[in-house]
Design a binder for this molecule. Structure first.
Ligand code: ATP
Length: 244
């Protein structure tokens, strides 16, 4: 049995209202992500994925509920959790005048990574960035920026990684490269991953369990194959992801 303390994430009743009179963005979200597991948060535009991730990272204060990340209560002890977590999103711009190496060095120092140069070289090799280390981040293609963002998110060897739409705005081949890379990383690293996505094929490939979010609520959950069996791919995409 998974207890709160040995889970990567234990979330209970998580709720966010941006405005007191408005509809809530996230309502009563509860789940327990086991250590080492990869789960998906699947939902269309406005489903509440980014709001959830921002609360899990301590960037947004929840209106209600509780988050235990790697055994630490985020309301009490979030820096202890954040030291062992990390995050990647293509929507967060990299400082564009800094080189790739400088970008990674900023994060390595932020996390107090031992032997930061060695860690950066290791990550650059894994993510095919070695030849790009001296290039300013602003000159990179979308795919190259995504690889730098992933390297940045692994600099502290996290036990919990939050990914917000990691393949958004990538061409199909580059998206596929990132998904294959994540598949290997997931298998080899033992890191727990929560992947927010609107892409059923992506969660199907990477996630053991999926929470389907619509208008801030979990409307269903299960393995990708169970969800596909329940709804069929077309209905699932049309009903929950607004892809008609
Ligand atoms: P997308 O893929 O479009 O980013 P999402 O699933 O990440 O969708 P959120 O961005 O979390 O969804 O948005 C959930 C709801 O909260 C939406 O109705 C959105 O309009 C609202 N919302 C998001 N950010 C804010 C904000 N800063 N102020 C007010 N409302 C917000």
């Amino acid at each position: 049995m998974i207890t709160d303390d040995n889970a990567a994430l234990a979330v209970q009743g998580l709720t966010k209202r941006y405005r007191p009179e408005g509809a809530p963005a996230v309502v009563d979200l509860s789940f327990t992500l086991p250590r080492g597991a990869t789960w998906g948060l699947l939902g269309g535009n406005g489903a509440g994925k980014t709001t959830t991730i921002a609360m899990l990272l301590g960037l947004l204060v929840p209106s209600g509920g509780r988050i235990l990340a790697l055994g630490h209560d985020m309301a009490v002890d979030r820096f202890a959790a954040l030291a062992r977590m990390n995050f990647s999103s293509p929507y967060v711009a990299l400082p564009h005048r800094l080189s790739v190496a400088e970008n990674l060095m900023v994060y390595a120092h932020l996390y107090g990574v031992p032997k930061p140069r060695q860690r950066i070289e290791e990550l650059a090799e894994q993510l095919q960035l070695t030849d790009l280390l001296k290039r300013p981040a602003g000159e990179l293609s979308a795919g190259q920026k995504t690889r730098v963002a992933l390297a940045k998110s692994l600099v502290n060897r996290p036990d919990l990684l939050l990914l917000d739409e990691p393949t958004a705005s990538l061409d199909p081949d580059t998206g596929d490269w990132v998904r294959s890379w994540l598949e290997r990383y997931r298998a080899e690293s033992g890191c727990a991953i929560l992947l927010a996505s609107h892409n059923m094929a992506e969660v199907e490939r990477l996630c053991a369990e999926v929470l389907v979010l619509r208008a801030g609520r979990v409307v269903d959950r299960g393995s990708p194959s169970a969800l596909l069996e329940r709804y069929g791919r077309d209905d699932l995409e049309e009903v929950f992801l607004d892809i008609a």
